[in-house]
Design a protein around this ligand. Sequence first.
Ligand SMILES: C[S@@+](CC[C@H](N)C(=O)[O-])C[C@H]1O[C@@H](n2cnc3c(N)ncnc32)[C@H](O)[C@@H]1O
Length: 271
Amino acid sequence: MNNTLKSEAVRDAVKTIQLIGIGPGDDQYLTLQAIHAMQQAAVFFLLEKAGRGKEALVNRRREMLARFAGERDYRIVVVPSPPRTMTASGYQEGVREWHQQKRTLFANLIDNQLHPGEHGAFLIWGDPSLYDQTVSLIAEQVATAPETLKLEMIPGITSVQALTAKHCIPLNRVGENIAIVPGRYAETCDLDAIDNAVVMLDYNASFQRFQGQDFDLYWAGDLGGADETLLAGPLDDICATVLETKAALRARKGWLMDIYLLRKRRGKVES
Ligand SMILES: C[S@@+](CC[C@H](N)C(=O)[O-])C[C@H]1O[C@@H](n2cnc3c(N)ncnc32)[C@H](O)[C@@H]1O
């Protein structure tokens, strides 16, 4: 076999898995690279979370594909996303089981729904590297069969960037660090452990704990979506309003994604 035929045969045997960062909701956050990748995929895997109103998140991705994936035949496979398991043996064990279920799901999709020579894409909210385990779990699988599986990751605009852009603020202040933490950390950490932090995945409005400590809060719910809401100000002044807004949005939509930056006030700072 000559070299050209050999490389064509290799290419035809390879399944390419694309993790496409699609930004936090609004089509306008899609990058040209993400659109280009969408136009290459033969199949799109959409993971659907259970819960009232969550089908809206699948519909948003379907609409993106209708607008940007090109007028051609492609397949869409919608599968239930395994919910995080709550086990009697604790959080870590629950996460371990949850990841195992996801591993199995991804392996089945790649084995049964993606054909050799095709590109198959997962559309990932924001950026695939930020609080999303898909890349780690699929990279493990690719490592087991490097001759037949290839992984590509396309960066996306994160909800962190959308938060700071919408509030027109810098992410960090000069010479200071910035932490990105999950709600679970903000809920239990020492109050002094945080003075500049973006908090994500916060199910219990942990910002409440930081009242009376001279913090500003920059909050956003449903960034890039139809219900996008922004609130900012001294935490002690706006805490109640943020709680009411979250409750009202969640009651109406059935779910809510929110993110916020907590920043300790220091008087006037150079920018
Ligand atoms: C599983 S993480 C995924 C983060 C995503 N990969 C990114 O780059 O933004 C989900 C968390 O991101 C934040 N988030 C993602 N999209 C959001 C949006 N449209 N509006 C507000 N927060 C969002 C919320 O804190 C949510 O709990």
